[in-house]
Write a protein that binds this ligand. Structure first.
Ligand code: AMP
Ligand code: ZN
Length: 137
């Protein structure tokens, strides 16, 4: 993807503080960190959503995210973190190249997910759950 900022980072056309690279993935520090150590793990192939990723590649991603998180914990001394993946603009995705955020977290760091829970109509949950169960069959 020519106009993708992360594809440009992969090709070295845009600088980044790289943490890790192999044949399929790159990890680097986020340019607007929520906390020190906030980094991104991305596949070298351009996929937009996690649902676009082949299972074989995804199977490598989580163990790698875990490895990077453990390295970041050791490097920063911050034990807690979010593993976050946005899919689509309403979900907060700004860069449309699939990425996994690894975000060190501290008490009172101000990062919150504002949650005003919605309410289901009577019987709606069962209908929805049944629909999804049937799709998953
Ligand atoms: P998201 O909102 O999930 O799409 O997150 C995109 C992330 O990419 C944000 O946290 C940005 O700060 C980060 N980002 C955008 N451009 C760059 C860049 N050139 N280098 C590093 N991180 C970037
Ligand atoms: Zn891309």
């Amino acid at each position: 993807m020519d106009d993708c900022i992360f594809c440009k980072i992969i090709k070295g056309e845009i600088p980044s503080y790289r943490l890790y690279e192999d044949e399929d993935f790159v990890a680097f520090l986020d340019i607007r960190p929520v906390n020190k150590g906030h980094c991104l793990l991305i596949p070298k192939q351009h996929y937009v959503r996690v649902t676009d990723m082949p299972d074989a590649l995804l199977a490598r991603e989580l163990p790698l995210a875990k490895r990077i998180a453990l390295a970041m914990i050791e490097a920063t001394g911050i034990q807690d973190f979010d593993l976050l993946n946005t899919n689509g603009a309403p979900a907060g995705q700004v860069v449309f190249h699939h990425h996994m955020h690894i975000i060190p977290r501290r008490t009172g760091d101000g990062l919150t997910f504002k949650i005003d829970p919605i309410e289901y109509q009577e019987g709606e949950q069962e209908k929805l759950a049944e629909k999804v169960r049937n799709i998953l069959k």
